[in-house]
Each structure stands twice: as C-alpha cells, then as structure tokens.
Design a protein around this ligand. Structure first.
Ligand code: ZN
Ligand code: ZN
Length: 230
C-alpha cells in the first residue's frame, strides 16, 4: 500500500524515502507535495488504492520548491492537474531562477551530504496558481494558506480549521519520536518564528514533510517544542 488513511479523508503517501499527503472530499482530492523525481507512478497507485484516478486531483499544492517535495510535480501536472505554490517559490519551481541553497550548519552540511545523496533536481513545472498568506483553497472545508518563510522564502503550510489538520511542510519534522524544527533552512531565525506561528494554530493533527504525522496530539507536542524554542 502506498496510501495510509490517517483520519477520514486524510492519507499519507509513502514515496520511498519521502512522503506526500492527500486530502479527499468525496470523489475529489488535493495532493500536498509529490516526493522526489519519479514518484508519479506511486502517486497514481495510491489514488487507485482508494478508488480514484489522477482526474480526481483538483490541484497539487507544493509546500516549497525543494526537490524532495516538488520532484514529481511535473509528472502530476502532466495529467492536467493545476499546480499551486507560494509566489516567492514559483520562479524557482518554473526553473526561472536557481533555488537559493540552505544556510547549512556544519552538522546539517554533513547530514545533507548523506541524506540527499542521489536526490535528482526537480524538473521545471508551470505554477498555475500563486498563493499568499491567508488565501483559502477550496478543499477540506476551506484550507488556509499560512506563509511560513525561513525554510525557503515561499514555504507554506496548509491549515484546515474545520478538521484541526495542519500540513507543516518542512518547518516542523518528526525524527525518532521527537518533534523538531525542520533542517536545511535558508534562515533559521525566521524558520523559528514560523514554527511558533504554526504552534499558535494549535492543530489536532499535524502532517510533517518528514517523519511520522502527529494524529490527535499535535497541539501538545508542537506547543511543548515551541516553548523550548522561545
Ligand atoms: Zn525542504
Ligand atoms: Zn523536505
């Protein structure tokens, strides 16, 4: 199985080393991120597992331009699926400008060399819808775009207040049972501010770009880490 149902309508897609999420409203769905290059077939398989085809995808939302999230965006866009991303990351996604590299700590530089080995660059993709903080997308009862710069300039989270669900992108991660700020940031101080902005939303369920999602207890876990950061 590629798709794991986390709660009603919410699925985690296991895409090899990486992951994406799917929100389903009846026979329509929104994909959040796409994994690395070459994950398109797995995403199609995940849709088939839950009785949907790529035609059911109303949009794919990219939380940011990094290759482990946007790698298969072009493969999904090829099905005629509109691509949604923040205006600040859109030029990178389109291939118009190179993505600014993270401001690595020495630890992160070594970690990145190990974990990103073999990660292929995301092919350019057209961004059909550029979004900004406060925009609301028509799924999950109204999905609010939350601008969370720091990881990349155009990083976004998606908040579904009606369901208490938060897609954090890479601003927050889970690693070996710990909730941690994401690594490989453009600006770690700004990323910390964005972490606190997400904590203030007090989600019930949080879907991280990396690691195990927090189902039902996200508020306590993220809140405790935000306090430690402050
Ligand atoms: Zn990232
Ligand atoms: Zn990532």
């Amino acid at each position: 199985m590629v798709a794991t149902e986390l709660s009603e309508g919410l699925y985690r897609l296991g895409l090899g080393r990486y992951q994406a999420y799917l929100w389903r409203d009846g026979d329509r769905a929104t994909l959040v991120d796409t994994g690395e290059v070459g994950s398109g077939a797995l995403i199609v398989a995940a849709l088939a597992e839950i009785g949907l085809s790529p035609d059911a995808l109303e949009r794919v939302v990219l939380t940011h331009f990094h290759d482990d999230h946007a790698g298969s965006a072009a493969e999904i866009a090829a099905f005629g699926v509109p691509v949604v991303a923040h205006a600040a990351d859109a030029p990178v996604l389109r291939g118009e400008v190179p993505g600014p590299p993270p401001d690595f700590t020495p630890f992160e530089r070594e970690l990145h060399a190990r974990t990103a080995a073999g990660l292929r660059p995301a092919p350019p993709v057209a961004v059909d819808v550029e979004v900004a903080d406060g925009d609301v997308l028509d799924f999950g009862g109204g999905a609010r775009v939350v601008s969370v710069p720091g990881h990349t300039d155009g990083s976004i989270a998606l908040h579904l207040p009606e369901h208490g669900v938060l897609f954090t992108g890479d601003l927050i991660a889970e690693y070996e049972g710990e909730i941690i700020p994401g690594v490989f940031n453009l600006d770690a101080a700004e990323a910390a501010r964005s972490f606190r902005k997400l904590a203030a939303l007090r989600p019930t369920t949080a879907c991280f770009g990396h690691g195990e999602p927090a189902i039902g207890n996200a508020d306590a876990l993220i809140g405790a880490r935000a306090e430690a950061l402050a």
